[in-house]
Design a binder for this molecule. Structure first.
Ligand code: CMX
Length: 439
């Protein structure tokens, strides 16, 4: 058994009694209330999901396994010659909550190389789509097609299915999926935008470096990829992609079914697609300014108001939980300040950051006027030559796989049941409103 799996076995055995005790002895304890506003308003803030993989504080931002982004980057072993940890080290940490040794990381790196082979029929499915299909559609279709490989589904139908052991098969699928998804993403990129010329994987590289290699983008894109995948991995359980993955897997659907569905949620413009929308907004803005006209605080302010007055959202700003600048934004901004401070697009993104919160506050609608992860991510890709911005959400999808997969492994380990919230009718709400509450 690998050291990762052995650690996971130990962690799961330690954890199971905690969940069982909470359910048996304290199941009746009230932890939240649901108002009419919350029921109509997308269950905002209702505490009804449980995960230990990450936690999002509205003011502080995300913590992975109890560590801030800074602490996570500092704690995990770095890639050789790189500034950032390997994705494999982060996967070990996300799954187990323990910081791996270099030896443990090397074992995961070797294991992912064994697991990463994508069957040809998956590529054939992608190629069967019209080439101008959105790359997120291609990614979701590729993951869905790969469902045939599911070890969990095979186990379920074997007649030997045992709830206690189900997580091990989910772990197998989850590990295969996280090792394969960068291969599929790089394939889509080269297929769609690089004349269908592909670069074979390099057996000497970790996941982030191999992804950069297969994309055909030189250093420091290896570190950019590591940073990007780690930052986008998880944002607790209630966001659309994480929640969709959890929901679909709760029906004992396997990891491929669950993640294809999660990707479809990520592809929405209010969620992951916002990163491509940020670039599109900036390009539209520059095109409207015309050649030779420099962006200024005044013309940026005007463009932001034009967007709001047209009834549209400012992409990359606002958040359902966060109430301050997203630390994932800040982490990427720090990367830009260090590696590309004079990039004109970065300067423009920084100018938008100076102006947009004030505009949104004056507009008075958004509860959070501050930037989220998507406001800053595209500019880094653009700088290193990945300028096909409709691809950016695919990169988000590769990272998000880590969080969703870690969560559904634990969902099975802790035996979480099928998810089934209760709905009510508008008439019921009206009756309870008149009565001052549901008696
Ligand atoms: N620009 C303009 N209006 C905004 C806004 C923005 N960036 N953010 C919120 N608002 C508006 C909402 O549309 C809503 O308007 P209505 O009352 O007319 O419906 C009002 O402000 C209140 O919304 P909220 O409670 O502040 O925000 P929500 O929790 O409903 O939605 C989010 C959160 C992220 C969908 C929203 O802020 C938004 O649309 N942002 C722009 C898109 C974006 O960047 N999404 C990426 C988020 C991160 C990620 O998932 O990747």
């Amino acid at each position: 058994m690998s050291q990762l799996k052995a650690t996971l076995v130990r962690k799961i055995e330690e954890h199971r009694p905690r969940t069982q005790r909470l359910l048996k002895e304290f199941g009746h304890v009230v932890i939240d209330e649901v108002t009419i506003e919350k029921a109509i308003g997308g269950a905002r803030d209702v505490r009804c999901l449980v995960t230990d993989i990450s936690y999002l504080d509205p003011m502080e931002g995300i913590r992975f396994r109890g560590k801030t982004i800074e602490e996570t980057f500092a704690a995990l072993p770095k890639a050789p010659g790189g500034e950032y940890p390997t994705v494999e080290a982060f996967w070990f940490f996300l799954l187990t909550g323990e910081v791996p040794t270099q030896e443990q990381v090397d074992e995961v790196i070797a294991e992912w190389k064994e697991r990463r082979n994508v069957p040809q029929y998956v590529y054939d499915v992608i190629r069967a789509l019209p080439k101008d299909s959105h790359p997120m559609t291609m990614l979701s279709a590729g993951i869905l097609a790969m469902q045939r490989e599911s070890k969990f589904a095979r186990y379920y139908h074997s007649g030997e299915y045992n709830k206690q052991r189900a997580w091990e098969y989910m772990y197998e699928d989850a590990s295969d999926l996280v090792a394969r998804i960068p291969m599929i993403a790089a394939y889509i990129y080269r297929y769609k935008y690089k004349d269908d010329v592909h670069i074979p994987p390099d057996p000497n590289l970790d996941m982030g470096a191999n992804f950069a290699h297969m994309m055909g983008v030189p250093k420091p894109y290896d570190d950019v990829s590591r940073m990007y995948f780690i930052l986008h991995s998880d944002h607790e359980s209630g966001n659309v992609s994480a929640h969709t993955g959890h929901l679909v897997a709760s029906a004992l659907s396997d990891a491929y079914l669950a993640y294809s569905a999660a990707l479809n949620g990520l592809a929405g413009p209010l969620h992951g697609l916002a990163n491509q929308e940020v670039l599109r907004w900036i390009m539209d803005f520059q095109a409207k300014l015309g050649e030779g006209v420099e962006p200024t605080r005044e013309n940026v302010t005007q463009a932001l108001w034009d967007t709001l007055n047209a009834g549209q959202v400012i992409p990359g700003y606002g958040h359902a939980v966060l109430r301050k600048t997203d630390p994932r934004y800040t982490a990427q901004r720090e990367f830009c300040l260090k590696h590309m401070p004079d990039d004109p697009l970065f300067k423009l993104v920084s100018m938008i950051y100076e102006v947009a919160p004030g505009v949104l506050m004056q507009h008075g609608k958004a509860k959070n006027p501050w930037p989220n992860v998507d406001a800053q991510s595209g500019v880094i890709q653009w700088h290193y030559g990945v300028r096909e911005w409709d691809f950016y959400t695919v990169l988000f999808g590769v990272g998000r796989a880590l969080g969703v997969m870690a969560n559904i492994v634990w969902d099975r380990a802790l035996g979480y049941p099928i998810e089934r919230p209760k709905s009510v009718t508008t008439e019921m709400l009206e009756q309870w409103a008149a009565a001052g509450g549901r008696k």
